[in-house]
Design a protein around this ligand. Structure first.
Ligand SMILES: *Cc1c(COP(=O)(O)O)cnc(C)c1O
Length: 219
């Protein structure tokens, strides 16, 4: 299927209230432009270097989301233009984003990435850490960021029950924190599991290969 057919197929499966982040990592600027021309404005990249290269070549009304693990020493390269950093997994990183955002007199939107998967390898905050950071935020500790929601990745497995369980953990945290201060975005679900994620309460999904095709890491 073409990118256009893929994109329309995905869009047709998303309820109106669910945001699509088109994950364009490893794909060329031409493919991103194609999806942009279909109306898409929110794109996700997981590497600082890659988004820095693509950003100047594409329309300026694209909202770039950083979705991959971010090293503190690289925040400065994206602070001027990134819309949302979805992969915030430490207080050190929050403080750095806050500092760099202040230099541009802006607020950067962030999502707290919470570890919900069983796999040891996945990055993310423990639930208690996420609660503590959110409390600091409410108390006014980070004036140049806006915590707009939570992000999580489920275990890579065929076991749908387990995936549901993990997504539900994040939804519960989302609801709990929202009582203190309303959150907007619950980002969970990728190409293989976004329908389940939406059933579990996601209102933002990060879809890459189902739009752009398989990623070729050998290039
Ligand atoms: C690559 C990636 C995605 C998209 O994965 P697909 O399976 O290609 O849809 C979503 N979220 C994160 C954090 C990613 O790194």
């Amino acid at each position: 299927m073409s990118i256009q057919e893929n994109y329309n197929t995905i869009k047709n499966q998303l309820p109106e209230n669910v945001e699509l982040v088109a994950v364009s990592k490893t794909h060329p600027v031409s493919a991103i432009q194609e999806v942009y021309d279909l109306g898409q404005r929110v794109f996700g990249e997981n590497k600082v270097q890659e988004v820095m290269e693509k950003y100047p070549l594409l329309p300026k009304d694209i909202q770039w989301h950083l979705i991959g693990h971010l090293q503190t020493n690289k925040v400065k390269y994206i602070a001027e233009f990134v819309d949302t950093i979805q992969s915030v997994d430490s207080e050190k990183l929050i403080l750095e984003i806050n500092k760099e955002a202040a230099k541009y007199e802006r607020k950067i939107k962030v999502l707290l990435q919470v570890k919900i998967a069983e796999e040891e390898s996945k990055f993310g905050l423990e639930i208690e850490e996420a609660k503590a950071l959110f409390q600091n935020y409410i108390n006014g500790a980070y004036s140049n960021i806006e915590i707009t929601g939570l992000m999580g990745m489920a275990t890579f497995t065929d076991n749908e029950l387990q995936i549901r369980k993990e997504f539900s953990v994040l939804k519960n945290l989302f609801d709990e924190l929202s009582k203190q201060k309303p959150l907007e975005t619950l980002s969970m679900g990728m190409s293989d599991d976004f329908p389940v994620a939406i059933e579990c309460g996601a209102n933002s999904v990060r879809v890459g290969s189902a739009i752009f095709g398989r990623r070729d890491y050998t290039k």
